[in-house]
Write a protein that binds this ligand. Structure first.
Ligand code: 13P
Length: 212
């Protein structure tokens, strides 16, 4: 996808996420890798009203080169994009149910959402580490997230803050963020109800068949 198409796709995904309540106000940010840098949504922008030409462009050294000033969460995006070279995009949301789990789970947990459905396992993978709380924009979150990403995580929950998800493409990252939110919603709906989860064998079959 060329840069103009990628800018348009970021805006379209932002609009869609916002319209469905996955993001409110100016919460959330989206980044996508370019051959010579990164596109990232501007700080304080509303995902529902992004404009392609105002998206921030960073160079390979993560310096702001054009567009509006970048998200203050550049560090969380850099953590995934540098630790996982195959990742092409990162999505951070404050989506309600994933954030609720991020408030319930203990930092250090690696599976705060049980494997209830195949698509959660297929899109998010085997682990979802809970990273300790950091103030939004705190660069100290970068090594914590990068450590989880290097350990194999495609997504993390930031304690008391929300999910960060990567994907090979922008579509993949957005789809995984959506599956994570829905899995969190199911986990909360079914809390204490003794719901059946997928077995370890079923989880491994999914990862072997669809990647993980
Ligand atoms: P930005 O507006 O700087 O992207 O920050 C929004 C956000 O989601 C903070 O976690």
């Amino acid at each position: 996808m060329d840069e103009q198409a990628l800018r348009a796709a970021i805006c379209a995904h932002g609009r869609s996420l916002f319209a469905r309540g996955f993001s409110v106000g100016s919460a959330g940010n989206i980044s996508a890798r370019l051959p010579d840098g990164v596109l990232i949504t501007p700080t304080n922008s509303c995902l529902g009203r992004l404009e392609p030409e105002r998206i921030s462009r960073l160079d390979r050294a993560w310096r702001h080169v054009s567009g509006d000033p970048p998200s203050k969460e550049v560090f969380m995006h850099r953590a995934f994009l540098e630790a996982r070279p195959e990742a092409g995009a990162v999505v951070h949301l404050h989506s309600t149910h994933a954030t609720a789990i991020a408030c319930l789970a203990a930092p250090g947990e690696t599976a705060p959402i049980p494997p209830l459905t195949p698509y959660f396992v297929m899109r998010v993978g085997r682990t979802l580490p809970v990273v300790p709380y950091f103030r939004p924009g705190d660069p100290a979150m970068e090594p914590a997230i990068a450590g989880a990403a290097r350990g194999g995580a495609k997504a993390v929950l930031l304690a008391n803050h929300g999910p960060v998800v990567c994907g090979r493409t922008l579509d993949e990252a957005v789809h995984a963020a959506e599956e994570l939110e829905e899995a969190a919603r199911l986990a909360l709906l079914l809390r204490g109800a003794g719901a059946r989860t997928l077995t370890p064998g079923q989880v491994e079959e999914l990862l072997a068949t669809f990647g993980g």
